[in-house]
Design a protein around this ligand. Structure first.
Ligand code: ZN
Length: 73
């Protein structure tokens, strides 16, 4: 399942259709020394491409919070 949809509580098959695939994405500016791996549905993959990392994360603050809590574990 898409990480953004999961963090926001959205049903990703509802917005993408039941046959949609989840793709792996990488965020390069989140951590200073490593890459953050994400799973994104088609809609959020396009959104990341259009907005860029920083604006994408400010739009999806619940996702940003989840990434930070993962990094602290
Ligand atoms: Zn999604």
């Amino acid at each position: 399942m898409c990480d953004v949809c999961k963090a926001a509580g959205i049903n990703s098959s509802f917005i993408n259709g039941p046959k949609s695939n989840v793709m792996n994405a990488k965020l390069y500016k989140v951590y200073s020394n490593r890459v953050a791996n994400l799973k994104l549905c088609r809609i959020h993959d396009i959104e990341l491409f259009l907005k860029g990392e920083q604006r994408f994360l400010t739009t999806h603050l619940s996702l940003a919070r989840e990434i930070v809590s993962k990094a602290n574990n």
